[in-house]
Ligand binder design. Structure first.
Ligand code: SAM
Length: 357
């Protein structure tokens, strides 16, 4: 196991300190999610209201230079992976240029994308050429009517075309994110897994979190990881993979599919799926994530009620050192856990789409 290098007074005097973002519980932040926009091309019922939200203005949003400058400060402080998200990052017109600029940072971070896949058929190749390393596409159902009901848009075919294009580019391993909803797509868990296994994709089921604009989340109604595993167990045999190495701080619990439809389709590719049980099996103790919203607010937890404004100081002329200090002190104060189970838990004002999932 690697030991964290501690900066000594001698290092400080010699100026050879490698700044790291560490909180009071000893967690080191190395992963940054950047929301490029709060706008989205879908209106998933568990995320956004039908009429959308009040969108940020162009002035309120960080521009590309600001995004890359801030990302550089995070990288200088030990961030090694950056995930671009939103809203829907594919609606950001200069996405490829942002990726290229991020990959020029030193050391170059791993850059990945979380997307709903709409227009990905036209963009996958360009994004891969720009330096994108990996991609996650969100897809909750393979049934056109269910898709239209869940997302309030009849765009399943566009998403499937986007997934095909990503698979044809070098964006591997391709991960698919699915949120299961009791009165929506719960019965499709096994079908989704078989579909993903046959194509060599890694499916990850995400527990529904209390971050929806319509406040429809209910602890009693949400589909729990336990229930998903039971359902899948009716058709598949699988075993939990150990949480070690990079997987130790990953949000997904990983499972190897030993037997079941599609399990042996790709003899040279692991047949796997994951469950992100943010609500019932929280991984806050190992959380290494930070989030930068499209309007330049740093959030150290999805469920935090406070944010650190980086846009204001950036536009007022703060130096990289000053921005780094702001980031470091925000991280130092990161809360122990999301607190969904705590008495008096209240949902943050920002929804998932406005934070950057
Ligand atoms: N538009 C992109 C997409 O669809 O992947 C990126 C943003 S979206 C907010 C990121 C992920 O968050 C998606 O996989 C979506 O299903 C998930 N999500 C949205 N609201 C959620 C909620 N309340 N609970 C759990 N996951 C949610």
């Amino acid at each position: 196991m690697g030991l964290l290098r501690r900066n000594t007074t001698a290092d400080l005097i010699a100026g050879s300190v490698e700044p790291v973002l560490v909180d009071k519980f000893g967690r080191v932040a190395t992963d940054l999610r950047i929301s490029l926009t709060d706008r989205c091309s879908l209106r998933c019922t568990y995320c956004m209201p039908a009429e959308g939200l009040q969108w940020l203005t162009k002035t309120e949003r960080l521009d590309d230079d600001e995004i890359v400058r801030l990302a550089g400060v995070f990288v200088d402080h030990g961030v090694r992976s950056i995930r671009l998200t939103g809203g829907e990052p594919l609606v950001h017109p200069t996405l490829a240029a942002v990726i290229t600029s991020l990959k020029r940072l030193a050391p170059a971070p791993e850059v990945s994308l979380t997307t709903n896949g709409i227009t990905l058929d036209r963009q996958a190749h360009v994004l891969a050429e720009a330096g994108l390393d990996r991609i996650n596409v969100s897809l909750d159902t393979l049934n056109r009517e269910h898709f239209a009901a869940l997302t309030r848009r009849d765009r399943l075919d566009d998403v499937l075309r986007g997934i095909d294009a990503a698979a044809a580019s070098r964006l591997h391993p391709l991960k698919i994110n699915s949120v299961l909803v009791r009165d929506g797509n719960l019965g499709e868990a096994a079908e989704l897994l078989e579909w993903a296994l046959r194509r060599g994709f890694e499916l990850r089921f995400i527990e529904h979190m209390p971050l929806d604009a319509d406040h429809t989340w209910s602890r009693a109604e949400m589909v729990r990881a336990e229930e998903i595993l039971e359902l899948l167990g009716e058709q598949f045999t699988f075993r939990a993979l150990p949480r070690e190495g990079a997987a130790a701080s990953a949000p997904a619990e990983e499972f190897e599919v030993v037997d079941g439809p599609g399990a042996s389709e790709w003899p040279n590719r692991p047949a796997r799926f994951g469950v992100i049980a943010s609500v019932t099996r929280p991984f806050c103790r190992d959380c290494d994530r930070l989030r930068l919203t499209a309007d330049g607010q740093l959030r150290t937890c999805l469920f935090a009620h406070d944010e650190t404004d980086l846009r204001g100081p950036l536009r007022d002329g703060a130096t990289d050192v000053e921005l780094g200090d702001l980031i470091a002190s925000a991280v130092a104060g990161k809360q122990a856990g999301h607190g969904i189970d705590a008495a008096g838990f209240t949902q943050p004002l920002r929804t998932m789409s406005a934070i950057g999932g």
